[in-house]
Design a protein around this ligand. Structure first.
Ligand SMILES: *Cc1c(COP(=O)(O)O)cnc(C)c1O
Length: 428
């Protein structure tokens, strides 16, 4: 599409956007009596208006039913996760049996590594992207130590070439091949939090399997952002948080995926708890852990009803949108428009003040655009916020802007560019 740098053009795209009404289902933060242009859904998604209602409904159930709420009422808590599983599975390309809402993300990363990182003397290495989100680095490092290995030799980080920010799939695959039968686990992010690069998940999975490794993904920045097909891509396991692109609220419940091919494997270790026990027998309170079939068998503690209610509310907006594919269609163009607008700002300034480090190729990125300002990055970021454009700042020097197809418009993107240009002209 040939873009134009004008408000009228941006508005004309909004007019023909079939998803444009969805933004009315969300609440925008305000400053000085005006709503923010919110470009921070990569960090914390906006509150769906339905959130308060579903939470209130569960508070009422708790009030009226108390302990009986587990088995009585409109949504017995004991089975409430089943409602979510149907919609979660559609978002990540899995069967309902393969997914489950539980805990929070890093906790799930640990629990899944307990099952899927099974090092031995010959095969003990984990291969991951350099510059992964710190929580993943700490989790992986501590798992390696827990098994008695040294992170310095056991963790292989694939880093970009000098002077580059993103990884080439060929480099990732070359490293997987190089360490070959020493690799126990390939554990990558789906979309990198810093650069916004969407890795070639099927290619990485295939390469990992070819050397006999298990392959898992952290989908914190991918789930609800890009279309993934966890089952068809033959990924062994995955987990994600639901508070970024999925709008389930701060600290929202996480989701896990375990490929059905692992369901019958009784050799997998688990850190078990009563909620992972066979559902029909759970309340017999018997000795000896027998897992529930599917991903549900990885549950540990009794389920978190309030966070699930919030996730339920947020999943309704995805259902309304027709799940990920229609959103992705919009997202591809919306983010391409942001690339264009930033290029326009640079053109007007006559220098490359804003370097885009996110890959421009559609298949290599999601909604997020990461930019590095040549001069005064932090100051410019603060000015954006002061003027009601909320992205985020990531040390040491990156501004992340993520137009989210559920609630952002082309007009948002245009206005962000306009503001960026006027701030830059003032400061530089
Ligand atoms: C956001 C994010 C996390 C956060 O983990 P929590 O356990 O939810 O605090 C972890 N890993 C990645 C890759 C993330 O993007």
């Amino acid at each position: 599409m040939n873009f134009e740098n004008s408000l009228a053009f941006a508005q004309s795209l909004d007019q023909v956007d079939p998803l444009r009404e969805l933004r009315n289902d969300f609440l925008f933060p305000q400053q000085n009596g005006k709503p923010f242009i919110y470009l921070c859904g990569n960090s914390l998604g906006l509150q769906p208006k339905a959130a308060r209602e579903v939470l209130d409904q569960q508070l009422t159930n708790w009030q009226n039913l108390a302990v009986e709420g587990w088995f009585e009422g409109d949504t017995p808590w004991m089975f409430y996760h089943k409602e979510l599983k149907k919609q979660m599975s559609q978002l990540v390309g899995a069967s309902a049996l393969e997914v489950c809402p539980m805990n929070t993300l890093t906790v799930n990363l640990h629990l899944l590594m307990v099952s899927f990182y099974k090092p031995n003397a010959g095969r003990f290495k984990i291969i991951m992207e350099a510059g992964a989100f710190p929580s993943d680095q700490y989790a992986i490092e501590s798992q390696v130590r827990f098994h008695g290995y040294d992170p310095a030799t056991a963790i292989i980080e694939v880093a970009p070439q000098p002077g580059e920010y993103t990884l080439k799939t060929t480099e990732i695959i070359a490293q997987i091949k190089e360490h070959g039968d020493e690799i126990a686990l390939v554990l990558f992010g789906g979309v990198n939090y810093f650069t916004g690069q969407w890795f070639d998940m099927p290619a990485i999975t295939k390469a990992g399997h070819e050397v006999g490794a298990v392959v898992g993904f952290d989908l914190a920045h991918a789930a609800g952002n890009v279309p993934v097909k966890l089952h068809d891509w033959d990924i062994d396991f995955a987990c994600w948080c639901s508070y970024k692109y999925q709008n389930s609220g701060p600290g929202g419940i996480s989701g896990i995926f375990v490929h059905e091919k692992h369901f019958k494997d009784t050799t997998l270790n688990r850190f078990a708890g009563w909620w992972g026990y066979q559902e029909q027998q759970r309340f017999k309170m018997e000795k000896g852990f027998v897992p529930e079939a599917g991903a549900d068998g990885w549950q540990v503690s009794c389920t978190q009803v309030m966070p699930m209610a919030l996730y339920y509310a947020s999943l309704q907006s995805f259902e309304k949108a027709g799940f990920i594919n229609p959103l992705r269609v919009k997202s591809e163009t919306l983010t391409a428009y942001l690339f264009y607008i930033i290029d326009e700002v640079n053109k007007s300034l006559g220098i490359e003040q804003y370097k885009i480090i996110t890959p421009r190729t559609t298949n290599d990125r999601g909604a997020q655009v990461s930019i590095i300002a040549a001069k005064q990055g932090k100051h410019i970021f603060e000015k954006l916020v002061e003027n009601n454009v909320l992205g985020d700042w990531r040390e040491p020097n990156v501004i992340r802007l993520s137009p989210v197809p559920l609630y952002n418009s082309y007009e948002d993107v245009f206005k962000t560019g306009e503001l960026l240009l006027s701030i830059s002209k003032e400061i530089l």
